[in-house]
Design a protein. Structure first.
Length: 172
């Protein structure tokens, strides 16, 4: 029995030797704890605006927003989800836009999705779009390679003056 105990004891003693190098690593563990906390900071949870919330003003974030209430103002975000009970009156700009509720205003997004419960009254400028059966949409749809770019607005303004000289030429 002592021989078995002695056989088992050297094994743990060998394992005890392994934690000894870990002891100098112990000061490294706190710095290691900060590194794992970095990935959650890279992807924080979406900010949720509840259905009883009414906001007057603009919202801007590099993160995700889920709106269930009412916003009177512009919204800029990475991922914007408009809930079924939500109403937005203003321009929406996001990489991804999922619309389940109501928007009165322009929508600009790389990916825009109108679900069956969506109601949009305004123009949609997108790179890709999906409109489910049952969605209500009044406005124009325009595809752009970079719908989030402000240059798109300038480019849209440039063609407008061009027809005016053509009209002057016809009048003269």
């Amino acid at each position: 029995m002592f021989s078995k105990s002695k056989i088992n004891e050297p094994g743990p003693k060998a394992e005890d030797t392994a934690p000894k190098p870990a002891a100098p690593e112990a000061p490294r563990q706190p710095s290691g704890e900060f590194k794992p906390s970095t990935p959650p900071k890279a992807k924080p949870p979406a900010s949720v605006l509840s259905s009883d919330l009414h906001i007057t003003g603009n919202l801007k974030t590099t993160g995700d927003i889920q709106v269930e209430g009412t916003v009177e103002g512009d919204i800029r975000a990475h991922l914007l989800t408009i809930g079924e009970t939500a109403t937005i009156k203003g321009e929406v700009v996001a990489d991804d836009v999922v619309i389940n509720g109501r928007i009165v205003g322009r929508v600009r997004g790389l990916k825009v999705r109108l679900t069956a419960t969506a109601r949009v009254e305004g123009d949609i400028i997108h790179k890709t779009i999906a409109i489910e059966s049952g969605a209500h949409f009044e406005g124009s749809v325009q595809r752009q390679d970079d719908p989030l770019s402000t240059r798109g607005k300038g480019a849209a303004a440039a063609p407008a003056p061009q027809p005016k000289p053509a009209a002057e030429g016809q009048a003269g």
